[in-house]
Design a protein around this ligand. Structure first.
Ligand code: ADP
Ligand code: MG
Length: 439
């Protein structure tokens, strides 16, 4: 039995004898530091707690450890600030209060279902209905802002609502990594493992950030195995499918693929309108159908951008004291679109070069390396789509290229943007960066 488990056994044993208040005041704030031949060392966070425990509970503590260890031991106290989370906080001893970890704003009920996310939604429903039994793990992937985190938290919330005693742990993959690194430094592996392996539901968001982190991946592999052997539900999100995550260990990727993989694509027009309706309800705001359509048509990227645009619009209207009419909204949207047009080709090229870390001379020059072709094609597309430049003009700007070359590149990338998430993501990010240049 490791120290943590022993300590929890201990807490469970004495709980009825000391009562919940004392347990909370003294024992929960203490950790079992070490067990030697004949000494058990307890770490308390203050001298006050130490003295109180010695006075009140010395005999009980000794007797309980004797029972658990099957031998007489001495109890030794050290007073030292406790760095790692104490058991109650990490939720081992008491079921975690769900409110503290999951954002309850996100539910299955307020997730808008459309053709681009209905498969993921159905899977989420199945997992929420029978955690650990239907699809394990559930792996949800898709570009930014399409609703992955929403759906994942909705699963967690639905399970927590149905099973009050379940421990549901949501973490970003960065949090998992940081906790792991901290456990390495403080050697508090018991607590770390317990936090992640002692749950009924583990939700890990944006797992692509595990890329290249071998230690974390190794640890997660074991976490994964232990959880799935106990039929604990695992839900993972990523911006791409497991095998496309660079530097992801094969055995981990194949574990991910062993359950159900579903993707969410960028929402179509009707879904965007429905999402907007939801956002209106959430914000207690009314927009007539024509206004909703107008906004939905102006944001083709994802739900997050859509929400951003919606909030931007209602705020602008509020500060101007204007009514949300079609004309007023059109004006606001028009301004936004106008402003991208005001960028100079030079600004565009320079930002694309920064984004892809390529030299402007190379980009404009004749080299045909892969790393240059993608940004070049994206620029062609952007200059044509957003700045409305002719293919001839674009060819001229890009170092005197022939207009047919431009046409070819532009059309090729247009298709790629629709089918390739990574490229789509790049393009959206660049567009966002460019729009900050003007606002
Ligand atoms: P991701 O994790 O995929 O980047 P999020 O889950 O954070 O995206 O979603 C971004 C925002 O869009 C959130 O506010 C979320 O509630 C909202 N959203 C995304 N998809 C939907 C949907 N289908 N229905 C309602 N809201 C959605
Ligand atoms: Mg997310």
């Amino acid at each position: 039995m490791d120290n943590l488990r022993l300590w929890h056994k201990f807490l469970e044993t004495i709980k009825p004898m000391v009562g919940p208040d004392n347990l909370k005041a003294y024992f929960i704030k203490t950790i079992l530091k070490s067990v030697n031949e004949n000494t058990v060392t307890l770490n308390t966070s203050s001298a006050f707690i130490k003295e109180s425990m010695e006075q009140k509970y010395q005999t009980l503590i000794e007797a309980t450890f004797e029972k658990l260890l099957g031998k007489k031991v001495q109890i030794e106290f050290i007073v030292k600030q406790i760095k790692d989370q104490i058991p109650e906080e990490n939720g081992f001893f008491k079921p975690q209060t769900q409110a503290s970890i999951l954002n309850q704003k996100y539910t299955l009920e307020n997730f808008v279902v459309g053709p681009t996310n209905n498969v993921a939604y159905a899977a989420a429903q199945a997992v929420a209905a029978s955690p650990g039994a239907s699809y394990n793990p559930l792996f949800i992937y898709g570009g930014t802002g399409v609703g992955k985190t929403h759906l994942m938290l909705a699963i967690g919330n639905a399970i927590a609502k149905k099973h009050a005693d379940f421990k549901v742990n949501y973490c970003s993959s960065e949090k998992f990594t940081n906790d792991y690194v901290e456990a390495l430094q403080t050697k508090q592996f018991g607590l770390f493992r317990n936090r992640y392996r002692g749950t009924n539901v583990l939700l890990v968001d944006d797992i692509q950030f595990f890329s290249g982190r071998e230690g974390t991946q190794e640890e997660f592999f074991h976490t994964f195995n232990e959880l799935s052997s106990k039929n604990s539900q695992i839900v993972i999100t990523s911006d791409r499918p497991p095998y496309e995550i660079a530097k992801m260990e094969g055995r981990l990727a194949s574990r991910f693929a062993g359950g159900l993989m579903v993707d969410i694509q960028t929402p179509d027009f009707d879904t965007r309108v429905a999402i907007l309706k939801n956002k209106c309800k959430e914000h207690n705001y009314f927009l007539e159908e024509a206004c909703l359509n107008l906004i939905a048509a102006s944001v083709e990227t994802n739900a997050r951008d859509l929400e951003g645009r919606f909030i931007q619009i209602i705020q602008s209207l509020k500060t101007k004291g204007e009514e949300p009419t079609v004309e007023n909204i059109r004006k606001l949207l028009g301004k936004k679109q106008e402003s991208l047009k005001n960028l100079s080709p030079k600004q565009v090229i320079s930002l694309f070069c920064d984004y892809f870390s390529v030299k402007q001379a190379d980009l404009i020059g004749p080299k045909r390396q892969k790393g240059l072709v993608l940004p070049r094609h994206l620029i062609m597309h952007f200059l044509s789509e957003e700045l409305n430049l002719t293919v001839e003009k674009i060819g001229e700007i890009l170092g005197g290229r022939d207009h047919t070359t431009v046409m070819h590149g532009r059309d090729k990338i247009k298709k790629l943007i629709l089918s390739n998430r990574e490229i789509q993501k790049n393009y959206i990010e660049i567009k966002n960066n460019l729009s900050t240049l003007i606002s």
